[in-house]
Design a protein around this ligand. Structure first.
Ligand code: HEC
Ligand code: HEC
Length: 470
């Protein structure tokens, strides 16, 4: 008996020591990293393949899982022109930018600028407006070409609006350690304008398609938690202000907080998705019942057939909204590597987290309970920041000035190359890699960029290693 007690005591000691070791282990250089492996709690997914962005979050109800797959097919399949066949997927155009959502959000990922003049779809578009704003605060559409340039149409009898040519200006600079760099800035011009010249005061904004992950979680961050980061007068003196955009919410018939789009110009996933159907593919819905055919575009109006009712019905639209809301966020890779751990510390020290906020907890999602009460690490505050002249598009979007952009979430940035075969970043895809994306930061982010620039090459690469782990 006594022998057994000793043995038990010994065993207990061994277990305690092992447990103690494990605890010690947690206290080494990667301490506290574990909780940041899962960027979206139970909505994270283990996949680092080219399909990494295409998974439904775990724990969806079986009905939602079914709807996710229907939504997925609506997202991926090409729409066809009205009457072309007996299908629920007709109504394309009359003018449009792409035939499917995935034409731009390829593999639920990121668009880029065209590789050559005339490439039809690479995942970018050009927003248009003239100075001033509508009654609802929205940008005033260009009178002939509307609020977005459509470079395709359903048939010869309906002219497409023209073609966009992208050219680049070069901007050079130097790190304090003498290392030189060269950046490219895209400039767009229009060719073959079908309805004559645009208003001479036309404002343009080139935008690439964002990766589609974690959208419903961003939708579910309580408004008060986002507004807690607003500091319009920079009262805390850190050089970073941050302010909310308020945009017209069609379903609620009032202004609400903007969360989506590069200038937070869309209030929620529903309106973003319905707006994409309308503006990008030419599919009407109950939120956008008339096709996008500005007044002089008569043949477009003739082919629009708006009186037949929405081209996507409410139920199917909801399924694409569900799909767009519930794409899971890939877990981080190499998050315990020394360089990555060091990079995360430098990211904080540089003040990147003043805008790329690490942690939020979602509130109650109004329609998808599975998205509620999840701790997430999206690295965004969803607020607008003045990013300096270098990034300005000179085109206001609701309250956002030309200088202001929404902090984009950084989850997934390390996988864009794997998923999309390119590594271009920022609203117009000008940055050819993550380093260039940082070098374009200015305005409120000037201090953070300066901090990055004065680091030695090893430390700079640690920040990049951290970003690549996201
Ligand atoms: C022509 C290319 C194109 C097509 C087609 C397209 N999108 Fe997009 N998408 C974009 C661009 C560009 C943005 C950013 C818009 C902005 O900043 O105004 C965007 C933004 C989004 C966002 C918000 C992303 C964020 O981080 O804020 C969602 C969600 C989205 N699109 C869903 C869809 C869905 C669903 C479809 C199909 C109905 C679709 N998109 C079709 C180009 C496209
Ligand atoms: C003042 C707020 C602010 C600070 C500080 C800031 N950023 Fe950003 N960041 C932004 C905004 C806004 C954008 C989008 C700009 C654009 O697209 O024109 C952005 C874009 C990015 C992108 C590209 C993301 C994408 O999806 O294309 C990366 C990478 C990035 N930031 C990393 C950093 C790093 C690293 C730091 C610190 C050295 C930092 N940021 C500091 C606001 C900030």
């Amino acid at each position: 008996m006594k022998k057994r007690a000793v043995l038990l005591a010994l065993l207990a000691f061994v277990i305690a020591t092992v447990a103690g070791c494990q605890k010690d282990d947690d206290n080494n250089s990667s301490s506290g990293e574990k909780e940041f492996e899962l960027l979206a709690g139970t909505f994270s997914v283990y996949d680092e393949s080219p399909n990494a962005f295409g998974h439904a979050g775990d724990h969806l109800s079986s009905q939602n899982e079914l709807d996710f797959f229907v939504g997925n097919s609506f997202f991926n399949q090409n729409w066809v022109m009205f009457g072309a066949s007996t299908t629920a997927r007709d109504g394309l155009g009359p003018t449009f930018n792409a035939r499917s959502c995935s034409g731009c959000h390829f593999k639920d990922g990121r668009g880029r600028l065209p590789d050559y003049f005339g490439e039809t779809t690479s995942g970018f578009l050009v927003r248009l407006s003239v100075p001033g704003e509508g009654d609802d605060g929205s940008p005033l559409p260009e009178p002939i070409y509307g609020d977005q340039f459509q470079n395709q149409s359903i048939q010869d009898s309906v002219p497409y609006e023209g073609s966009v040519r992208i050219s680049f200006e070069t901007v050079t600079g130097q790190y304090p350690d003498g290392t030189a760099y060269s950046l490219r800035k895209p400039v767009c011009s229009f060719e073959g304008l079908a309805f004559g010249p645009m208003d001479p005061n036309t404002l343009t904004s080139i935008r690439v398609a964002n990766q589609m992950i974690g959208m419903g979680l961003l939708d579910a961050i309580p408004e008060a938690d986002l507004l807690a980061y607003v500091d319009e007068t920079d009262a805390d003196g850190d050089g970073v202000s941050g302010r909310p955009n308020y945009v017209w919410n069609i379903a609620e018939n009032t202004q609400t907080l903007g969360r989506f789009g590069w200038k937070a110009n869309m209030p929620d996933v529903l309106q973003q998705v319905a707006g994409a159907f309308h503006g990008d593919i030419g599919i009407t819905s109950y939120l956008f019942p008339s096709n996008n055919c500005p007044d002089p575009q008569n043949s477009c109006q003739g082919a629009a057939l708006d009186s037949l009712g929405p081209e996507i019905d409410d139920d199917d639209l909801q399924k694409v909204v569900l799909y767009s809301s519930t794409l899971a966020v890939p877990v981080r890779r190499n998050y315990k590597d020394d360089d990555v751990v060091a990079g995360r510390k430098l990211f904080k020290k540089a003040g990147c987290i003043s805008c790329h906020v690490e942690t939020f907890t979602t509130g109650t999602h109004p329609t998808i309970p599975e998205l509620s009460n999840i701790e997430i690490h999206p690295y965004t505050d969803l607020l607008l920041h003045d990013m300096g002249e270098g990034l300005s598009d000179n085109r206001p979007d609701y309250l956002a000035t030309g200088l202001e952009w929404r902090t984009p979430p950084l989850w997934g940035v390390g996988l864009i190359e794997v998923v999309n075969g390119h590594s271009t970043f920022l609203h117009d895809g000008r940055a050819r890699n993550l380093e260039e994306a940082i070098l374009w930061h200015g305005g409120e982010a000037q201090n953070a960029k300066d901090y990055f620039m004065q680091l030695n090459a090893t430390k700079r690469s640690q920040i990049i290693a951290f970003l690549n782990s996201l």
